[in-house]
Write a protein that binds this ligand. Structure first.
Ligand code: SF4
Ligand code: SF4
Ligand code: FES
Length: 467
């Protein structure tokens, strides 16, 4: 592999890698704002300028590929002076917003100001100000904080495939906005907040809810469709505050869609059934585990039963059911279900040109690998149905049968069920899913199950009286 010298250290690189990435691979930080590994390189903030031997002027590391024998200095006086100057320039209009800014604690501008800026400011003129504005339901913009790095414009053009973010006016009056001030149209708008290196574009849903440094982060995999984008769940005190994209160049690169980003919200939904419940004369009524399991057994035992296994269940859960159900229900038929119109992996496919897939559950491929067939209709003579659901699968309409629900349901979904045994959602358990390409991904538990919800293995043990 070719080698170059950075700050006196020999570093190997892959041809084509820029100096920011090569330095990063050796643990050397070159600060930057406009560069983003998933976007085109524009080299306009100048924060990444470094010194290269035999070149008279500083060079931008983001736009300079490493070359064999290149000698680079990232810590020289000239480099440090440039960094101080760039920070001073970027901060002349920046308000002292950190104490009330949602980006605080994870803001590149804040961190680099501390690490590379000058504590003294010469600017005495009045700062320009803008009103904070909603840009549709997902993003709020605070243009006072913008440093015009144009990452957002490039994300719209290059990734979301929609030219909706633009820079209007010039010089001191430059402003990032949507064309004609329209709301953002992309279904990937949350990424604008992820990639903005300042607090200029923030998630409306997250604003003023929690300081970033209190959040505990768990790497997970999105259950929103069969792609299985990598994401991070951020919570405190068993309450999830947001999900952000996690880079996996083979699956989702640096991005997630809004549906996946906000999908976790059902875990805390007030309508979710999180206590055992059973049907009474006054409708579905909250109960306890003993009563609810008794009612569930009365509903299904001795009857011709069908089990519907949501393709939002993990491999481990589905495997457990495939061995448990035939042992406990003679002649039971087991099918998977999940997305209307997607009965098998053959029906799955791309739902857009970016990430979304047609299957709105994460483990369709996995369940088919376990040998389950897609549900089309109830076999003649079916008397009762056991519905297992992880939280995403769309329960088919079930007529003239008694139903027991095991897993995650909300009150309207469960109102006609004979019993509900509440289960853990994807953020409350760990497991394995297999995406549409056959990629096996494991995810971890981020929070404890809400209310009295239990892991499927615990519910089955209670059912079998093994607790
Ligand atoms: S809004 Fe954020 S991402 Fe867009 S140009 Fe300003 S600082 Fe950069
Ligand atoms: S594309 Fe699918 S897996 Fe990726 S974030 Fe969206 S819903 Fe989740
Ligand atoms: S990151 Fe290189 S010029 Fe902005």
């Amino acid at each position: 592999m070719p080698k170059c010298i950075i700050d006196g250290r020999e570093v190997t690189f892959t041809p084509g890698q820029n100096l920011i990435e090569v330095a990063r691979s050796a643990g050397i930080e070159i600060p930057y704002f406009c560069y983003h590994p998933g976007l085109s390189v524009v080299a306009q903030c100048r924060m990444c300028a470094i010194e290269i031997e035999k070149m008279p002027k500083l060079q931008t590391a983001c736009s300079t590929p490493a070359a064999e024998g290149m000698v680079v200095k990232t810590q020289s006086d000239r480099v440090k002076k440039n960094q101080k100057s760039v920070m001073e320039f970027l901060l002349i209009n920046h308000p002292l917003d950190c104490p009330i800014c949602d980006k605080s604690g994870e803001c590149d501008l804040q961190d680099f100001s501390f690490d590379y800026g000058d504590p003294h400011m010469r600017y005495t003129e009045e700062r320009r100000t803008y009103l904070d504005l909603d840009m549709g339901p997902v993003i709020k913009k605070s243009m006072n904080r913008c440093i015009h790095c144009t990452r957002c414009i490039r994300f719209g053009d290059e990734i979301a495939g929609i030219h909706e973010m633009v820079a209007v006016q010039r010089g001191n009056d430059t402003e990032i906005t949507t064309i004609d001030g329209l709301p953002l149209m992309t279904e990937y708008a949350g990424n604008y907040s992820d990639i903005c290196p300042t607090g200029s574009l923030t998630l409306r849903d997250f604003r003023f809810k929690k300081r970033a440094w209190f959040l505990k982060k768990t790497p997970t995999v999105c259950e929103g469709c069969s792609r299985g984008c990598n994401m991070e769940v951020q919570q405190e005190n068993n309450m999830i505050y947001r999900c952000v994209a996690r880079t996996n160049l083979d699956v989702n690169k640096h991005w997630i869609c809004d549906e996946g980003r906000f999908n976790y919200q059902y875990a805390h939904d007030a309508d979710r059934v999180v206590e055992p419940a059973l049907q009474t004369k006054s409708g579905l009524t909250l109960s306890d585990w003993t009563q609810a399991i008794r009612k569930a057994k009365e509903t299904v035992l001795g009857k011709k039963v069908v089990a519907l296994v949501g393709s939002d269940l993990t491999q481990e859960e589905a495997g457990l059911l495939i061995s448990f159900l035939p042992e406990n229900f003679q002649g039971i038929s087991i099918f998977h279900y999940g997305t209307p119109g997607v009965h098998s992996v053959k029906d799955d496919g791309h739902a857009d040109k970016i990430l979304k897939m047609k299957s709105k559950t994460a483990n369709l491929n996995g369940l088919e690998k376990l040998g389950l067939k897609g549900f089309e209709s109830l076999p003649p003579g079916t008397q009762a149905v056991l519905v297992f659901r992880g939280g995403r699968a769309v329960v088919p309409e079930l007529r003239n049968v008694q139903v027991v629900g095991v897993g995650v349901f909300n009150k309207p979904q469960a109102e006609k069920f004979e019993a509900v045994l509440p289960g853990a959602s994807f953020v409350e358990k760990e497991g394995t899913i297999i995406n549409f390409e056959g990629r096996e991904q494991k995810f971890k538990r981020a929070i404890l199950p809400v209310g009295q919800s239990k892991m499927l293995s615990e519910v089955l043990m209670m059912w079998a009286n093994r607790t």
